[in-house]
Design a protein around this ligand. Structure first.
Ligand code: 13P
Length: 284
């Protein structure tokens, strides 16, 4: 029984149980109920943006009063509260880019999950390859942060991805599998977990894996989630692709199986570019 999801897992805010017939791409059936994963366009501003960027965010928010997909912007921590105020009462939510595993304490320069919630965040990106590289974050660090984020009521967007060397050595799936086992906590559900596949070599480079390569990894991630958490939870977790997503390539990426949206860096900084990606996701 341990792996059986609660009804609330199936009918949470991300997964709408529908009686209408939807395409197989959009839905999955569990215990006789069709579950739809609500698509998600997430923008990671990284270490970019001051108060001057807030009008850009407001302009994005006014363009999407009623988006049919979730839209999330993760600005730097210094802007989080003001960004939350800027998108208040719109369809857009904001998130953090990292958090400490502890609730509070002597950790100079760090921000806790509770502090992100206090600033208005609904989600937090964890284990981004830039944090794994710049700050030496290991899978167990990411897992501890994700537990803390989930306990605080945040969605944890956990990033996984291989280097070019690992891909060329045909180790991609082993690397992704290891990162998933080590970084994703046992308490994960379709509500509190999003997994982002971001090949390191595709981030900010303009290089994108082939659609088959993206599909292979996303199908692998889905199968691993189903094996570990059971089909109900495994099928309700959203999987994002990240790495050089632009308005021009978004539609074809969103057509790949088990791609439920994108985690976007550079193209999320300009409302016009991010709008092109949101529009493609709404049509997918
Ligand atoms: P780019 O979209 O700039 O390649 O960045 C991807 C990314 O790292 C998002 O987290």
């Amino acid at each position: 029984m341990r792996n059986l999801p609660l009804w609330s897992d199936l009918c949470n805010r991300n997964c709408q149980a529908r009686l209408v017939v939807l395409s197989d791409e959009q839905t999955t059936t569990y215990l006789g109920v069709r579950v739809m994963r609500r698509k998600l366009a997430a923008g990671n501003w990284k270490m970019n943006g001051t108060a001057a960027a807030l009008p850009e965010l407001q302009s994005l928010a006014t363009s999407y009063p009623d988006a049919s997909v979730d839209v999330l912007i993760c600005p730097p921590a210094t802007l989080l509260h003001r960004a939350a105020e800027a998108v208040k009462d719109t369809g857009i939510t904001v998130g953090g880019q990292d958090c400490h595993a502890a609730e509070s304490g002597a950790h100079t320069g760090d921000v806790s999950a509770l502090m992100l919630v206090d600033a208005g965040a609904s989600a937090v990106i964890l284990g981004h390859s830039e944090r794994r590289e710049d700050h030496g974050e290991q899978n167990e660090d990411v897992c501890a942060k994700a537990r803390s984020a989930m306990d605080a009521g945040l969605k944890a967007i956990i990033c996984v991805g291989e280097s070019l060397e690992q891909r060329e050595a045909a180790n991609t799936l082993d690397i992704i599998g290891g990162q998933m086992s080590g970084s994703i906590p046992d308490q994960s559900t379709g509500e509190n977990l999003v997994v982002a596949y971001e090949p390191i070599w595709a981030i900010g480079t303009g290089k994108v894996p082939t659609l088959d390569e993206i599909g292979e990894v996303h199908d692998f991630i889905r199968a691993r989630l189903e094996r570990r958490f059971g089909e109900g939870v495994g099928r309700s977790v959203r999987l994002l692709y990240g790495g050089s997503v632009k308005p021009g390539n978004a539609a074809e990426i969103f057509a790949v199986s088990n791609v439920d949206g994108a985690l976007v860096g550079g193209a999320s900084l300009k409302a016009k570019d991010f709008s092109g990606i949101i529009d493609a996701l709404q049509k997918a």
